[in-house]
Design a protein. Structure first.
Length: 367
């Protein structure tokens, strides 16, 4: 038993996992309770994912009959410097320059393919388990497992008040995944103790007040979800969206362990730009837009969903006097999609260009 445990931990580390932990695969009853009570309270905002079937997502044995162990891995994504090459792919003027052009900001976890590193490393662990005669399934960001609860039980981190899983001394700039197996491997003995103490920076910094209790996020207010949700973007939260076009990092940016990790310069991996040119998005074909969005979760893979978000962000970041901005707004004010007309009207008003809608010009930045 000891030999196989050491082998899989070493295999995971060699193949790209920054941290590896072992947990037993019994049901996650606290997570089941959390999913059911939050769903009953509406905090899940109709999200599916782990909420679709909480009994399944919290009981690994429903995914693999006879499952005994979870080998949990974490891969750091960290800070990513913008690279001009990636900006070129996603816009810029005729010379490829984005200077002065309105840009949307992409959350760190969506820049660079950390998921691929995670999955490759987990697959190598699963292969070792198969070779030793065991069954093994890779689960990462999958509806069948609550990843944070697994990582917590594996003793690799604590639940922050932001609800993110913070790895001991390393912070939360990590993606998480597991290999579920019928092998019996010695689990971590103790969970990592709370490291937040009296800090509440994430709660105070959340731009929409979405952290409604310690460790509890109300998805109806969380910008990360609202950018993915197929439902209309609530009008009262559009100004708070700022320049975010995919994901939101505010509760992590302010977090002291993350700031320390940023200062140590850790985690630059992968690459790609964390900005995207909004005017380019609003002029791109469906195909180009979805290609640029890459692995983003886009409901129904509908390019208009991305255009709606781009119009809202343009309303927060654009200059209504810029003829290119005015032209983009005008185009969408006459679009066939109600949601795009609504977003363009909101943006026009906010940029002081109600005249484009046929109303008297309003004050700039009115929301
Ligand atoms: C649904 C989902 C979301 C939803 C809802 C998030 C949420 N907090 O519930 C939305 C779309 C909003 C979202 C956003 C983000 N997500 Co997300 N998401 C998921 C997903 C698919 C399921 C999570 C889930 O089941 N939530 C349900 C609730 C019940 O879980 P929970 O909040 O963790 O609840 C626990 C705590 O409340 C704790 N708890 C209970 N009582 C108490 C009391 C105290 C005092 C404390 C501190 C804690 C605590 O126990 C609960 C049960 O375990 C997972 C992937 C997966 N399959 O697990 C990724 C995942 C959680 N997301 C991830 C990431 C990276 C993000 C974002 C950072 C992305 C971004 N930059 O925009 C944000 C962070 C927002 C935030 N503050 O949580 C990572 C988390 C990595 C990490 N280090 O924690 C995951 C694991 C994906 C992955 N495989 O890497 N996400
Ligand atoms: S991701 Fe953004 S909106 Fe969601 S809880 Fe964190 S700070 Fe708030
Ligand atoms: S900001 Fe403070 S309270 Fe929030 S998760 Fe980080 S350490 Fe915990």
């Amino acid at each position: 038993m000891g030999g196989l445990r050491e082998l899989v931990v070493a295999r995971g580390r060699t193949n790209g996992l920054d941290v590896v932990g072992i947990a037993d695969a019994s049901p996650f009853l606290d997570a089941l309770h959390a999913l059911e009570t939050r769903r009953a309270a509406g905090l899940h905002a109709d999200m599916q994912f782990t909420y679709r079937n909480p009994r399944r997502s919290t009981d690994p044995r429903r995914t693999l009959d006879g499952a005994r162990t979870l080998v949990v891995g974490a891969v750091r994504y960290g800070s990513v410097a913008a690279t001009p090459e990636a900006i070129d792919e996603r816009g810029g003027d005729a010379n490829g320059s984005t200077t002065g052009r309105p840009l949307g900001r992409i959350a760190r976890y969506a820049v660079g393919d950390h998921d691929a590193v995670l999955r490759r490393a987990l697959r190598s662990v699963a292969e070792d388990l198969h070779n030793a005669g065991h069954r093994a399934v890779v689960l990462a960001d999958d509806n069948a497992l609550v990843d944070r609860a697994a990582a917590h039980r594996a003793g690799i981190g604590w639940f922050g008040k932001s609800s993110n899983l913070l790895l001991a001394d390393l912070g939360s700039w990590f993606v998480l995944g597991s290999v579920l197996t019928d092998a019996v491997l010695e689990p971590a003995s103790d969970p990592v103790g709370d490291g937040c103490g009296t800090c509440r920076r994430c709660v105070d910094a959340c731009p929409t007040g979405a952290i409604v209790a310690d460790g509890v996020v109300d998805a109806r207010r969380c910008l990360s979800w609202l950018l993915q949700s197929p439902e209309p973007f609530p009008e009262e939260l559009r100004a708070a969206l700022g320049d975010r076009i995919y994901g939101c990092d505010d509760c992590q940016e302010v977090c002291p362990p993350n700031r320390r990790s940023d200062r140590r310069g850790e985690g630059v991996r992968g690459g790609g730009s964390d900005r995207i040119d909004l005017l380019w998005m609003l002029g791109a074909s469906d195909e180009d837009l979805l290609r640029a969005a890459g692995r983003w979760y886009v409901p129904g893979r509908d390019a208009d969903h991305l255009r709606r978000n781009a119009l809202l962000v343009l309303g927060n970041t654009g200059d209504g006097r810029d003829p290119q901005v005015a032209a983009a707004l005008t185009r969408f004010l006459h679009h066939g999609s109600r949601s795009l007309v609504d977003a363009a009207s909101w943006a026009a008003r906010r940029l002081g260009r109600s005249d484009l809608i046929g109303e008297a010009a309003g004050p700039r930045r009115a929301s």
